[in-house]
Design a protein. Structure first.
Length: 428
């Protein structure tokens, strides 16, 4: 705040409603006619058609509020080609505004988004407007209505009050936040590269340790080594009586099995009710399970008692004297090799029959224990990095948001304060 005070150095900050200082594309829902912003006609594609234009050698950006990005050519863009400095927010969204709000400067083609820009860059920088909207993303989230895919009340969005300091101060705030953004991205890239290298190293030694030549040790199909069954759950999944309540227990689905570390997440996303438990499958702690549908081949040794969904297999007994952790490593390794050949495209699956034919090498128990000890050390290092990376990135993001909020927090007049309080009360 001392830095901001020095930056302002007694200069007054003007507050304006968004409709007064911004230009939007013409596609917005009903707003007060007295608060109609300047509009511009941006021809747009349906989101489903946007990436049909995608080309590897393109230099026209496909501007979407989704996760996917791509490029097209001027020829393919045709009448949809536009150029400028713009901000996009989605007309329909299922994720927080902070995750989908985008800034772009250059040539682009857009899908069905709301397009905003400053109506006078001599008074309001569009990049400053973007950072301020990021700061206000939780407020903007509150203006979306409906179930499933939500749509914004543009009257409320346009009525938001934005602080407008002198242009040179806006430029300095943008410079600082651009620098923070670049540093955060650079750090994320470095940490991700480190994790990728460690995973490659781990996979190399894992493959070496878990691979045996035919004849070197005995190989047996999975069906001759263990007994297993699928989990279960009463239908339909949407019946609320199947979940929570007194006596509820953890209910394990595919998303509850970690992709590393052979563990379940600490708290399952769902808990199965006492009413539904007799219709599912109870699994004791220290049981090996594996996902057979969706994200196949995730293996865990359960840390707690739970009930298990039908998309997973549960290993209920062993016909061979085998190290359970060694078995889990071999199972994961086998799935990593086989799952690319599984049926299906979006939702892959492996049947119980196919999976029972998987062959696993069985060396001596002493050799199994030696392999497990080595791989556990590697697994711990990889897991620590995998858990530490998101945590480190989250800390950097919080640091960035903290300074961004400080840089965009300005003194308010009594009139502005009253208006903001009124909006806050009307939207809970």
């Amino acid at each position: 705040m001392n830095f901001l005070e020095k930056l302002l150095d007694g200069v007054a900050v003007e507050w304006k409603a968004l409709w007064q200082v911004t230009t939007w594309d013409k596609r917005f829902n009903a707003v007060d006619r007295n608060k109609q912003p300047n509009v511009i006609n941006y021809p747009y594609l349906l989101a489903a058609d946007l990436f049909k234009l995608e080309r590897d050698n393109g230099d026209v950006f496909l501007l979407s509020t989704g996760e996917r990005t791509g490029w097209t050519t001027e020829e393919l863009a045709g009448l949809y080609l536009r150029e400028g400095e713009v901000i996009t927010i989605p007309w329909g969204k299922s994720r927080p505004v902070m995750d989908v709000l985008k800034y772009y400067k250059g040539r682009f083609v857009t899908a069905d988004n709301r397009i905003a820009t400053s109506n006078d860059i001599g008074k309001l920088l569009t990049k400053y407007l973007y950072y301020w909207m990021l700061k206000q993303s939780l407020v903007i989230d509150g203006f979306y209505r409906g179930s499933g895919i939500k749509h914004p009340s543009m009257a409320d969005v346009l009525d938001m009050q934005i602080p407008i300091p002198p242009l040179e101060i806006q430029a300095e705030i943008v410079r600082i936040l651009d620098t923070f953004t670049a540093l955060t991205a650079e750090l994320t890239a470095e940490l991700t590269a480190e994790l990728t290298d460690r995973k490659k190293q781990y996979n190399y030694y894992r493959d070496r340790l878990l691979t045996f030549e035919k004849g070197e040790v005995e190989w047996k199909p999975l069906g001759e080594i263990v007994t297993f069954r699928r989990g279960s759950f009463p239908q339909p999944y949407g019946n609320s009586s199947w979940y929570d309540g007194e006596g509820s227990m953890p209910f394990v689905q595919v998303a509850d099995v970690s992709d590393f570390g052979f563990i379940l997440i600490k708290e399952t996303k769902q808990r199965i009710s006492k009413l539904a438990q007799p219709k599912s499958v109870f699994v004791k702690a220290d049981t090996v399970i594996v996902t057979l549908q969706g994200t196949i081949g995730r293996v865990a040794i359960t840390q707690y008692d739970c009930y298990v969904d039908r998309t997973l297999a549960i290993f209920t007994g062993y016909k061979e004297n085998i190290n359970k952790k060694y078995f889990a490593y071999q199972l994961k390794n086998k799935f990593d090799m086989e799952k690319e050949h599984a049926r299906g495209s979006t939702l892959k699956t492996i049947t119980k029959e196919e999976f029972s034919k998987f062959e696993i090498p069985i060396p001596s128990l002493e050799e199994q224990a030696r392999i497990v000890a080595i791989l556990d050390k590697f697994d711990t290092l990889t897991t620590d990095l995998s858990e530490g990376l998101p945590r480190e990135i989250a800390l950097r993001q919080k640091q960035y948001e903290y300074y961004r909020n400080l840089l965009l927090t300005f003194p308010k007049s009594e009139e502005v304060e009253a208006h903001l309080n009124s909006m806050e009360k009307s939207h809970g």
